[in-house]
Design a binder for this molecule. Structure first.
Ligand code: HPA
Length: 258
């Protein structure tokens, strides 16, 4: 018999509004979860919130760790392993990203159709745990086509414009140079960011289906005659987080049984 979907949602920088919409919400600070990698750098404390949207059980991770903070690829994906231990079989990732495709505008929501891993690391490096997944997992539908169609339908019904593009993951924390952005465009990237790819790899390894949505918080370096700032990233996130929350709400309730 098909399992009911149990959906994990990871909220990126400044995109936290959705967590507040969970019914019967039970929150746990990451620090209270056994084995959760402890932050060495000063930074945002994250939390896990379990609850429901309609009939669907949802676990939201508000706040993620990044490689640029000094965490290993295994550490930045601990949360996804934890979601799997809690029965999550469907994953929705969100992030802030720079727009490389000139058709994008700050504030656009973009479905990730595929990725290019330029992080220089892979979270599956090392001995493989065969109980979790295969040594050489397939990544040809890493961002489930089925889920993307569901998201497009939900967005259309809500009147939300949802674009689609390829996400390149870079280590950061410095933003890219204009030359690096021209290079990324040449190799087929439409978006650039510093997260999401390790989580997607680990989730696919464990057989989860993945949907990922980027918020274009800024145009990538060299496109506009201005400097990139983290403040702009946060401001744009703030501006669209309600729209993103509405879209996530609709998508989560439509994900089919597995
Ligand atoms: N580059 C990399 N990561 C980002 C950007 C960017 O322009 N914007 C938000 N995250």
């Amino acid at each position: 018999m098909a399992n009911r979907p149990k959906v994990g949602v990871v909220l990126g920088s400044g995109l936290g509004a959705f967590a507040d919409t969970l019914a019967d919400r039970l929150e746990t600070p990451y620090a209270e979860i056994q084995g959760w990698p402890q932050s060495t750098a000063a930074g945002h404390a994250g939390k896990l919130a379990a609850g429901r949207i309609g009939e669907t059980e949802v676990i939201v991770l508000s706040g993620r760790s990044h490689l640029y903070e000094g965490y290993s690829a295994a550490q930045v994906t601990f949360g996804i392993r934890e979601l799997a231990r809690r029965g999550v079989n469907s994953l929705v990732l969100t992030n802030a990203a720079g727009g490389i495709d000139l058709k994008f505008n700050p504030g656009d929501l973009v479905l990730i159709s595929d990725h290019i891993n330029l992080l220089g690391v892979n979270p599956l490096t090392g001995p493989n745990d065969e109980t979790l997944g295969p040594r050489f997992p397939d990544m040809s539908d890493a961002y489930s086509r089925e889920y993307r169609e569901i998201a497009k339908d939900a967005a259309a019904e809500l009147g939300i414009t949802l674009r689609e593009g390829v996400y390149a993951a870079v280590p950061g924390p410095s933003y890219e140079t204009p030359a690096e952005i021209r290079y990324l465009r040449t190799i087929g990237a439409d978006l650039v960011g510093m997260s999401t790819v390790p989580e997607t790899i680990v989730a696919n390894h464990m057989g989860m289906k993945v949907l990922a949505i980027s918020c274009v918080t800024n145009m990538a370096a060299g496109i506009l005659p201005k400097k990139l700032t983290h403040a702009e990233v946060l401001e744009t996130g703030e501006r669209v987080k309600e729209t993103l929350a509405k879209l996530l709400h609709a998508v989560v309730t439509r994900l089919p049984a597995q």
